[in-house]
Ligand binder design. Structure first.
Ligand SMILES: [Mn+2]
Length: 415
C-alpha cells in the first residue's frame, strides 16, 4: 500500500463467495444474505464506490433455489440504486449457464456478468467507469476457469501432465487479457489495470483450515504467474488474506461464515482505491455479524459455562448456532439429551453434538455407535488403512494420495 497523496480516481469494493442459497445443517441463510446485500449497498452509497467486483461463487449450487435467484436480483437492483457498477464473475460453484441466462437482461441494469471464459479475450476486458463519468480502470474479468474451456484433453496425458497444462493455460489466459488491457489503458491515458480470479494460489497465508486446502494439491496457481496488474481481486478462499505477502493480490473472503470452521473469522469486504500511479490503498470494511455462530469444545463439566458464554451473542429472535464437541473418556449414550438440558432456556440452537475423537486410547473408543456425520473423510480413510498390514512409507503415500483426491473434490465443489 502506498499513500501518494494524489486524489483517488477510482474506488472498488471487492467481494466474493456469497454462496446464495446455502443450506447449513437444516438452516437457511436467506435472512443473513439479505442483510449483507442491504449492508453492502449502503456501504457502496456511503463511500461512493464506482464499482463492485463479485469474484465468483455467487450461488452455492449449480441449480440455485428461487429465493437465491431473487436475492441475486435484489443485489443487482440495490447496487444500481447505490450508483455502483456491478461486475459478476462465475465461480466453481456457479453454473455458467445459470449466470449466463440473465446476462443480457442484467446488462440493461448496469451489471456485467462473465460466467466463464469467453470465445474471444476481448470480451473479458472491460472498462470500469467512474461515477462522475469517464473511464477509471481497465478490468481483466477472469472467472473460474474450467480445463475444458481452455484446453483440449490429449489422450494419454497423466493427471499431473493435465495439471501442468492447465496451469500454463491459465497463465496464458491472463497474459492474453493483460496485453489487451495494457493497450486499452494506454489508449485511455494510462489507467490502472485490475484483474480478477477464482482459484487457489500458492503463497496464500492464513489459518490451518486454509493451509489444509493446499496439502497435496499440485494445481494451486503460483503467484508469480499473475500478470503485473495494479490489483488482483480473488475469490475461492473464504478467509480474507493477502497472497504471498503482496498488498495488491487479495482474497476478500466470504461475507458470512459458511461453516463452523469459519465462525471465528473476520468477515469483510475490501475497499480498494486507485490513483493515476496505480493502487493507492486497500481498506477492509468489516461485515457485521448477522447470525452468531460458535464451536464449543470441552468436557461435559465445562459445558454449562461455555454455553452461557456463547449464549451472550444470541437473542431470543436470533439464537446463536452452536457446534458442540464434548471431550472425555466416558461413554455417554445420552449425550444429545444432556447437551439439550444444559442449553434449555438459553438463546442458543445446538445444530450438532459430537464426541471428541482420538485421545489416549483410540482403540477403546466405541466406534460402533459412531455415525458417519461425526467423522471427517480423512478419519474414515485412516481407519480403513489401519485394517491393512502396510509399511509406513506405503501408508503415508496412500494417505497423501487420498488428501489429493479430497483436495480435488473441494476444488470442484468445496470452497
Ligand atoms: Mn466459495
Amino acid at each position: 500500500m502506498h499513500l501518494s497523496g494524489k486524489p483517488s480516481i477510482l474506488r472498488l469494493l471487492h467481494t466474493s463467495d456469497w454462496h446464495l442459497g446455502q443450506h447449513f445443517m437444516g438452516k437457511s441463510r436467506q435472512a443473513e444474505h439479505r442483510a449483507f446485500i442491504d449492508w453492502l449497498a449502503a456501504q457502496a452509497a456511503a463511500c461512493q464506490a464506482d464499482a463492485v467486483l463479485l469474484a465468483g461463487d455467487v450461488f452455492d449450487t449449480s441449480a440455485p433455489p428461487s429465493h437465491a435467484r431473487e436475492l441475486y436480483h435484489h443485489a443487482v437492483l440495490s447496487l444500481r440504486d447505490a450508483g455502483a457498477a456491478l461486475v459478476v464473475l462465475g465461480g466453481n460453484h456457479d453454473s455458467a449457464a445459470v449466470l449466463g441466462e440473465s446476462r443480457a437482461l442484467l446488462a440493461e441494469l448496469g451489471a456485467r456478468v462473465v460466467p466463464c471464459a469467453a470465445a474471444t479475450p476481448e470480451e473479458q476486458v472491460l472498462v470500469l467507469q467512474r461515477r462522475s463519468g469517464g473511464p477509471g480502470a481497465v478490468l481483466c474479468a477472469v472467472p473460474y476457469l474450467r480445463a475444458r474451456e481452455l484446453l483440449l484433453s490429449l489422450p494419454g496425458e497423466s493427471a499431473a501432465d493435465k495439471r501442468v497444462a492447465l496451469q500454463q493455460a491459465i497463465r496464458a489466459h491472463y497474459g492474453a487479457l493483460f496485453e489487451i488491457a495494457r493497450e486499452r489503458s494506454a489508449s485511455l491515458g494510462g489507467l490502472p489495470i485490475v484483474a480478477t480470479g477464482h482459484l487457489a494460489t500458492v503463497g496464500a497465508t492464513g489459518g490451518d483450515a486454509v493451509r489444509d486446502i493446499y496439502v497435496g494439491t499440485l494445481e494451486a496457481f503460483p503467484t508469480d504467474a499473475f500478470p503485473a496488474a495494479d490489483y488482483i481481486a480473488l475469490g475461492h478462499i473464504h478467509q480474507p488474506m493477502r497472497v504471498g505477502g503482496h498488498e495488491h493480490i487479495r482474497y476478500c473472503g466470504s461475507p458470512i461464515p459458511l461453516g463452523f470452521d469459519e465462525a471465528a473469522q473476520h468477515k469483510e469486504v475490501l475497499q480498494v482505491d486507485f490513483d493515476l500511479a496505480g493502487l493507492q490503498s486497500v481498506t477492509p470494511l468489516p461485515v457485521p455479524c448477522f447470525q452468531p455462530m460458535a464451536s464449543l469444545r470441552g468436557s461435559l463439566a465445562a459445558l454449562p459455562a461455555e454455553l452461557a458464554a456463547a449464549a451472550r451473542a444470541g437473542t431470543p429472535q436470533t439464537p446463536a448456532w452452536l457446534d458442540v464437541e464434548v471431550a472425555g473418556d466416558d461413554y455417554l449414550p445420552d449425550l444429545q439429551a444432556r447437551v439439550a438440558a444444559v442449553a434449555e432456556g438459553l438463546p442458543v440452537e445446538v445444530l450438532r453434538v459430537r464426541r471428541a475423537r482420538g485421545g489416549a486410547a483410540p482403540a477403546l473408543v466405541p466406534i460402533a455407535r459412531e455415525t458417519l456425520d461425526e467423522l471427517a473423510p480423512g478419519d474414515v480413510f485412516e481407519r480403513r488403512l489401519r485394517e491393512e498390514t502396510l509399511d509406513e512409507a506405503l501408508r503415508e503415500r496412500l494417505a497423501a494420495l487420498h488428501r489429493g483426491v479430497l483436495s480435488d473434490l473441494r476444488e470442484e465443489g468445496g470452497a
